[in-house]
Design a protein around this ligand. Structure first.
Ligand code: N01
Length: 530
C-alpha cells in the first residue's frame, strides 16, 4: 500500500508530491494528460496567458528557483508557464512519480483499514492511506448541449482542450461562443488568424486592458532582491496578489465625482484586475459598483466606433460578480471589418447546422466552431469520479445540495481525502499558486502529524463542515459576488446547485487553518486503525 495517491500533475499535484516525498512517504501520482502542467497543459488556445502577474504567479518554496527563473512579460503567456512547470518537474525530479495518460475514475474508502482503493481508467487499482485531489478548479470543460452540434461539418474546438499541434485558421471562417476570460483573450488573436470571426455573445463582458508588456531588467531585479518581503506582502493581500497596486482605498462616495473618475482612469491606464480596487466598496455597495461599471461602459463607447455594437458590448450586470477579465485589444477587435458580433442573449442559439450557427431565422456560416464556454468549475472533476466514503456513500449524494467541506480541504464521511483548493477555500479568488502552496503545506504537515502520532485517519466532523459552509455563505453574502449568473455559483452549468463556492479573503483563511492546527485539529476527528 502507498502512503498517498495524488491526482493531477499541475501546480498543486507537483508540489504535493514534492512535499510528501520530503516526509519519506511513498506516492503514486496520476495525471489524465500526457505530461505535467494541469490547466496550462490543456488551455493552449491562441492568446492564453495568466491574469496574475508573472513575478507573483510562481512557486515560493524554492528560493533558488525564484532567483534563477526569469519571466519575460508582465503577464506570462501559456507556453512560458508550461515551460516553467516542466522546469520545476525536472529540477525536483517529480515526473517519475506520475503515471500519465491515466484518469482516476473512482475511489472507495476502506473503513476497516483506513485507506482508499483508487481505480484508474487503465483498469489498475492502487491502495493508499491518503487520497489527495490536486485536480484543479477549472479542469472539466463545459460544452453546452446545443441541438445539431453533431451535424456540424467543420471542426469543433474548446478553448480548454485546444489541439497541441495548433491549427491553421487563415482560410477559415471561425465562430466563437463565449466571452469569458478565455473568449476575451482568444477573440483578438483569432480575428487576426482567421478569414472571418463571428462572436456569439450571450452576456457582454467587463474587461480591463491588461497593458501587458515585456519586463525590464531593473524591475525584475527589484523584485528578486526582495523576494521574501514581496511574497510576504502579497500573501497579506486579500487575494494573495497585487501588492504593487495596493493603495489607500476609500469609499467611492468619500470622493468627489471628479476624484472618482481620476482614480478609475489612473487604474485603467495601469491595467489589470486590480482596477476593481479603485474603491473599498466597489464589490460590496451596488451604488459604488455602478460608478465603476458606468466608467467601463464609457470606455467601451470610446473605443468601439459603431454605437450599436458598443451598446451590445456594454454589460449591465454588477461589475466583478462574474470574474473580472483583462484583455489586449478586445473592444478594438470589434472595429475590424472581418469581425461580426451576434447577440445570443436576447435570442439564444437555436441550433447548429452543418454549415453554421442558427440564431433566429439566420444561419451564421462558419468553418470552425470554438467553444469558449468555460468549465464545470470547482466540483465538476471530483464529482465525475465515483468517490465513495463511509458506508459506500457516493460524493454526488453527499454534495447533492452543493459542496460541503471543512476549510475547502476535507469532506465529512470521506476520511483521509484532501481537496487542494477545494470549494470553501479562497482558491479562484486568489493567486492560485499561493493558495495551492498554503494547502499543500497544510496537508503535508497534517499527514506528518498523523504519522508521527501513530494515527491513521482524519475526518472533518459534520458540525464543523456545516458551520464552515454557513461561514462561506455569510462572507459571500456581504459582497455582490452572488448577484449574477457566474461559475463561482455554478450557474453556468444547467442543473448545478447554486452555491457560492470560493471563500473571499486569503489572510483570515490562512489564520483559521493555523488556529485549527494549534487547537489540536479542531473540527476534525483523528483516529487509529485497530
Ligand atoms: O469560461 P466562463 P472561461 N450560449 O465560464 C458563455 C479562468 N481563466 O473559460 O456569461 C452562449 O468565464 C458564457 O455566457 P454567460 C478564469 O478564472 C483565466 O472564459 O454565462 N454562450 C460566457 O460568456 C475564468 O473566469 C484566464 O451568459 C454561452 C462564456 O461562455 C475561468 O477560467 C484565462 C453558453 C464562458 O465563460 C473560466 O473562463 C482563461 C451558451 N449556451 C480562463 N454557455 C486568465 O488567467 C456558456 N456561454 C486570463
Amino acid at each position: 500500500m502507498k502512503d498517498a495517491v495524488v491526482v493531477g500533475a499541475g501546480f498543486a499535484g507537483l508540489y504535493m508530491v514534492h512535499n510528501l516525498r520530503s516526509l519519506g512517504c511513498t506516492v503514486q501520482g496520476f495525471e489524465a494528460g500526457a505530461n505535467v502542467g494541469g490547466t496550462w497543459y490543456w488551455n493552449r488556445y491562441p492568446g492564453a496567458r495568466c491574469d496574475v502577474e508573472s513575478m507573483e504567479y510562481s512557486y515560493q518554496f524554492d528560493a533558488d528557483l525564484q532567483q534563477e527563473w526569469t519571466w519575460t512579460e508582465r503577464y506570462a503567456p501559456q507556453p512560458e508557464i508550461l515551460s516553467y512547470i516542466n522546469h520545476v518537474a525536472d529540477r525536483h525530479e517529480l515526473r517519475q512519480h506520475f503515471q500519465f495518460d491515466t484518469r482516476v475514475v473512482g475511489a472507495s474508502y476502506d473503513e476497516g483499514g483506513d485507506y482508499w482503493v483508487v481505480a484508474a481508467d487503465d483498469g489498475s487499482e492502487v491502495s493508499a492511506r491518503f487520497l489527495i485531489m490536486a485536480t484543479g478548479c477549472l479542469s472539466s470543460t463545459n460544452t453546452p448541449d446545443i441541438p445539431g452540434i453533431e451535424d456540424f461539418a467543420g471542426e469543433v474546438l474548446h478553448t480548454g482542450r485546444w489541439p497541441h499541434e495548433g491549427i491553421d485558421l487563415t482560410q477559415r471562417r471561425v465562430g466563437i461562443i463565449g466571452t469569458g476570460s478565455s473568449g476575451v483573450q482568444a477573440i483578438p488573436v483569432l480575428a487576426e488568424q482567421s478569414a472571418h470571426l463571428t462572436v456569439f455573445q450571450r452576456t457582454a463582458q467587463y474587461t480591463i486592458p491588461a497593458r501587458n508588456r515585456g519586463l525590464e531588467a531593473d524591475e525584475i531585479e527589484a523584485v528578486k532582491s526582495s523576494y521574501p518581503e514581496f511574497r510576504a506582502g502579497n500573501n497579506a493581500m486579500p487575494g494573495a496578489y497585487g501588492l504593487p497596486y495596493q493603495a489607500e482605498r476609500v469609499s467611492a462616495f468619500d470622493l468627489t465625482p471628479e476624484e472618482r473618475v481620476e482614480e478609475l482612469e489612473r487604474r485603467w491606464q495601469v491595467g489589470g484586475t486590480t482596477f476593481m480596487w479603485a474603491f473599498s466598496d466597489a464589490i460590496v455597495d451596488p451604488a459604488a459598483n455602478e460608478v465603476v461599471a458606468e466608467f467601463v461602459r464609457g470606455k467601451i463607447h470610446e473605443v468601439v466606433s459603431d454605437p450599436e455594437t458598443a451598446d451590445l458590448l456594454s454589460p449591465h450586470h454588477v461589475i466583478g460578480c462574474k470574474r473580472i477579465v483583462i484583455d489586449t485589444n478586445y473592444f478594438e477587435t470589434f472595429n475590424r471589418d472581418d469581425v461580426s458580433l451576434v447577440d445570443v442573449g436576447t435570442t439564444p442559439i437555436a441550433e447548429i447546422t452543418a454549415t453554421g450557427v442558427r440564431v433566429g431565422g439566420l444561419v451564421h456560416e462558419v468553418d470552425t466552431l470554438v467553444f469558449a464556454t468555460g468549465f464545470d468549475a470547482m466540483t465538476g472533476t471530483i464529482l465525475r469520479m465515483d468517490l465513495r466514503g463511509r458506508g459506500g456513500r457516493p460524493l454526488t449524494d453527499s454534495w447533492a445540495a452543493g459542496p460541503r467541506t471543512y476549510l475547502g480541504l476535507s469532506v465529512p464521511e470521506f476520511p483521509n481525502l484532501f481537496t487542494i483548493s477545494g470549494p470553501g477555500s479562497p482558491s479562484v479568488l486568489t493567486n492560485m499558486v499561493a493558495s495551492i502552496e498554503q494547502h499543500v503545506e497544510w496537508i503535508a504537515d497534517c499527514i506528518d502529524h498523523l504519522r508521527s502520532h501513530g494515527l491513521t485517519s482524519i475526518e472533518a466532523t459534520p458540525e464543523a463542515a456545516d458551520a464552515w459552509v454557513d461561514h462561506v455563505n455569510a462572507v459571500a453574502d456581504q459582497t455582490l459576488y452572488p448577484s449574477c449568473n457566474s461559475w463561482y455559483l455554478g450557474a453556468n452549468v444547467p442543473g448545478k446547485t447554486r452555491v457560492f463556492m470560493p471563500l473571499p479573503g486569503f489572510p483570515p483563511y490562512v489564520k483559521k487553518c493555523e488556529q485549527v492546527v494549534a487547537n489540536g485539529y479542531d473540527g476534525f476527528q483523528l483516529g487509529a486503525v485497530g
